[in-house]
Design a protein around this ligand. Structure first.
Ligand SMILES: *Cc1c(COP(=O)(O)O)cnc(C)c1O
Length: 368
């Protein structure tokens, strides 16, 4: 039985989210039997030659696409970005404590996990302003004795994003990039560590990508009592194969990276595609005579998650329902913020944004 691709909706889900059709189709074609292997990727040992080749190729592609320097480790871990919220402080926070930028719901979660480990200093908070913007470099000051500065490059729930690499003022910069990893070119050398749950922009749930400089890695604290799996050392030493790796998720990440590299023109091509989609949607908000009100300040608008309000909650409810009936799915804003959220990650097609924008115009005409 094959399911027609024409049955696929425009999927605005915040995560797990839309994947590139060519990646899904290649996985479907090879699902039962990976070429030359006689078995499915799901059925083979993570220590065998085939899977080893898939993992190595996926890492090589990621290094190529992002231009990851050789002195950086690449890890495929489990536990999501949420486990990194704990692993980062457990391995690095130490007596100096760590500085955090409080930018939205996800950085708040990262901070509260770090507080269970040790001292956390809030270098800057957007809370009083309702998390509508990212700070500029002059807005915050770090403590020189802190072990690292933690940031979230894109706050998925509020829909705000950095459009520059923040100046960490000499501290190692640790970045949760779960919802905008690979959305544009990135200067990895500015970061000590970047981590991202795969399920927003890079693949299915089940694998978390970690890119870490060897210099930062070498500062990891020894802790005999810490569970082995919660240290980075065991994963670096065993090249992410200490225990059974999430092989199918890594394989899917590899197929998504192949699409980025071979069909989208790498990160600059992806960036142009994302800018074009976001521009069209923000324009529809801006040209609605105040009917649609964007949450983010213009300079911090996210390319990935576009958030806005309607004149009333009843209209928002109606908007989401009518959109869904048209095959525009997953537009309900996060319960903590309300309103509408359109997640338009890398794999989301331009035509889907066009369909949304024309629905928005029609809805406003009927309900304005
Ligand atoms: C989704 C998300 C997370 C949580 O990821 P999990 O993989 O579910 O733990 C963390 N940070 C950001 C920015 C996210 O968007």
């Amino acid at each position: 039985m094959t399911v027609s691709t024409s049955q696929r909706i425009f999927n605005f889900s915040a995560g797990p989210a839309v994947l590139p059709l060519p990646a899904l189709q290649e996985a479907q074609r090879d699902l039962v039997c990976y070429p030359g292997a006689g078995a499915s990727v799901m059925e083979m040992s993570h220590r065998g030659k085939v899977i080893d080749g898939i993992i190595k190729e996926t890492e090589a592609r990621l290094r190529r696409i992002l231009g990851i320097p050789e002195n950086y480790h690449v890890l495929f871990l489990q536990g999501g970005a949420s486990l990194q919220f704990s692993m980062v402080p457990m391995n690095f926070l130490g007596t100096g404590g760590a500085d955090y930028l409080e930018l939205g719901a996800w950085s708040k979660k990262a901070m509260s996990e770090a507080r269970k480990v040790g001292q956390v200093q809030v270098a800057w908070s957007g809370k009083a302003e309702g998390f509508k913007r990212m700070p500029g470099d002059a807005d915050f000051k770090v403590r020189p004795e802190a072990s690292y500065l933690h940031m979230t490059s894109n706050e998925t729930i509020e829909g705000i994003q950095f459009h520059h690499d923040p100046d960490s003022q000499g501290l190692p910069l640790v970045c949760d990039a779960s919802s905008d990893f690979l959305c544009r070119p990135l200067d990895i050398s500015r970061y000590a560590m970047i981590y991202a749950g795969a399920q927003k922009n890079v693949g299915p749930a089940g694998v978390t990508l970690v890119v870490m400089s060897d210099e930062f890695y070498s500062k990891a604290l020894e802790d005999e009592l810490r569970p082995t799996m919660l240290g980075y050392k065991v994963h670096v030493d065993n090249k992410s194969l200490y225990n059974t790796a999430p092989v199918f998720s890594i394989y899917m990440v590899g197929l998504v990276l192949k699409w980025v590299e071979e069909e989208m023109g790498g990160l600059s091509g992806i960036h142009a595609h994302n800018q074009k989609k976001a521009a069209l949607l923000y324009q529809a908000i801006d040209q609605s005579n105040g009917y649609y009100r964007g949450h983010a300040e213009v300079a911090s608008r996210s390319l990935m998650n576009v958030t806005w309000r309607l004149p009333s909650e009843d209209l928002e409810k109606q908007f989401v329902q009518e959109a869904q009936a048209r095959g525009l799915d997953g537009l309900k804003g996060h319960r903590s913020v309300g309103g509408i959220r359109a997640s338009i990650y890398n794999a989301f097609p331009y035509e889907g944004v066009e369909a949304l924008v024309s629905f928005m115009e029609e809805f406003r005409r009927k309900n304005g």
